[in-house]
Design a protein around this ligand. Structure first.
Ligand SMILES: Cc1cc2nc3c(=O)[nH]c(=O)nc-3n(C[C@H](O)[C@H](O)[C@H](O)COP(=O)(O)O)c2cc1C
Length: 406
């Protein structure tokens, strides 16, 4: 028979083992000290203006918003300025079947870079999709001579403070003057921005449709698995890849994020359920306003980039005005998913109720409101996103054709 002392000793041993395993896990997840976060250093690099000249454009570009923080870019500093390339492998699969959101992220990066060019005092000219023969070369930012450009833009200091906020907000109305200031930036006629008060009939419709679209995605195994691939639950992965989504920026409280990070990674479908609950019960009810970026042809590559550029600027303006923002793109994502699967275009038709003109289609959806600032998301630094310039690739290709020797 086991006596009481043996039982206590065994229990104590088990307790120590459990505590040890817990400590080990906390250590692995980076919870035992709050030291340097290498995957966040890119924010400090920009805030400290660590990079000068054309590289400073890269330092700003890589801080842009991108779908699921996929950072689908590569940059190159060449003779003419800076080239931006799409990296199609950094993709979201069924969640973004046509790469429309990927291009929006690239447009967002180009917007930051154009702003950053004003810090060089060199006039910048942006060419989107400059070479039809090289579709992944999505932009070239041509830099003029020294002192040819305008004064530093007021938003330069905001680039390093813009963060997506996924948590609970405090509500309240955004005054008309602030709304006007949010939208006060140049954009092409075919990119329009619609804003709805959360309490208005359109606002309620937006919330209902976004909930319905979220439920549809949360139940779609292919979409949730594609999304899940970009969730970095383990700190070792977050440090290594410096991209994707994390618990820290998911909108839960710091305590819940800490506790959650000690548990094993949730499954893709559990993540979908959490996301549906958070969208329906937190994101939508605590927002002040909702909005849509609309354009006649969301699949047009140039329009997709310009829509992302408009989002980046809107979010920078919101940050400068003391507001917080979060994209809520479930509706446009479901419109693409239905098109990919050849299904009846149900979400596309439901979206008509939000639009003043059915010829304009939604390509980006978001919420705006009030809350304490959000935390920064992971980023790959300048050194990880540089590649050879487009001109070099072009010359090599020419040489191959001419020489035909290898
Ligand atoms: C095209 C596009 C779609 C996005 N969709 C969503 C979304 O539906 N929900 C969300 O919370 N964030 C969305 N985001 C925001 C990104 O997840 C975010 O920019 C990224 O994780 C980096 O974080 P940061 O914006 O705080 O730097 C989207 C961003 C882009 C460019």
């Amino acid at each position: 028979m086991i006596d009481r002392r043996t039982l206590l000793r065994a229990g104590g041993g088990l307790g120590l083992a459990v505590a040890g395993a817990g400590l080990w896990r906390a250590h692995d997840q980076g919870l035992l000290w709050s030291g340097e976060e290498p995957a966040l250093a890119a924010w400090q690099d920009w805030n400290d203006r660590r990079y000068i000249g054309p590289l400073s454009l890269v330092s700003a570009g890589l801080l842009a918003s991108s779908p699921h923080n996929t950072q689908p870019w590569r940059f190159a500093v060449g003779r003419f300025g800076v080239d931006v390339f799409e990296v199609p492998e950094r993709q979201l699969g069924a969640m973004d079947p046509f790469g429309r959101e990927r291009l929006a992220g690239l447009g967002a990066a180009v917007h930051n870079m154009a702003l950053a060019s004003t810090g060089l005092k060199r006039a910048a000219r942006v060419k989107l999709l400059p070479d039809p023969a090289a579709p992944h070369h999505v932009a070239r930012i041509l830099l003029g001579p020294e002192n040819s450009g305008p004064a530093s833009h007021a938003l330069l200091s905001v680039i390093g403070r813009r963060h997506t906020h996924r948590g609970a907000w405090i509500g309240g109305r955004i005054a008309p003057a602030r709304q006007a200031a949010l939208l006060a930036f140049p954009r092409p006629d075919d990119i329009q921005i619609l804003l709805f008060d959360a309490g208005s009939a359109q606002g309620k419709r937006f919330a209902a449709l976004t909930t319905e679209a979220t439920a549809a995605i949360a139940g779609d195994v292919a979409m949730m698995e594609a999304s899940h691939r970009w969730f970095r639950h383990e700190k070792s992965e977050a440090d290594r890849f410096a991209d994707g989504l994390t618990m820290r920026t998911s909108g839960v409280s710091p305590l819940l994020a800490t506790l959650g990070s000690l548990l094993p990674a949730p499954s893709a479908m559990a993540e979908g359920q959490y996301w549906l609950d958070a969208t329906r019960d937190t994101a939508l009810p605590t927002a002040s306003m909702f909005g849509l970026i609309v354009t006649p042809d969301p699949q047009d590559r140039r329009s997709a980039m310009l829509a992302g550029s408009a989002w980046q600027r809107l979010h920078l303006n919101a940050t400068a005005l003391g507001l917080v923002a979060q994209p809520l793109n479930q509706l446009p994502e479901m419109i693409d998913r239905e098109a990919q699967l050849g299904l009846r275009a149900r979400f596309s038709r439901l979206a008509d109720a939000l639009l003043p003109d059915p010829a304009l289609r939604p390509t980006f959806a978001f919420r705006l409101g009030f809350a304490d600032p959000a935390l920064p998301a992971l980023r790959r630094p300048v050194s990880a996103v540089l590649g050879p310039p487009a001109r070099m690739a072009f010359e090599v290709a020419q040489w191959r054709v001419a020489g035909g020797s290898f």
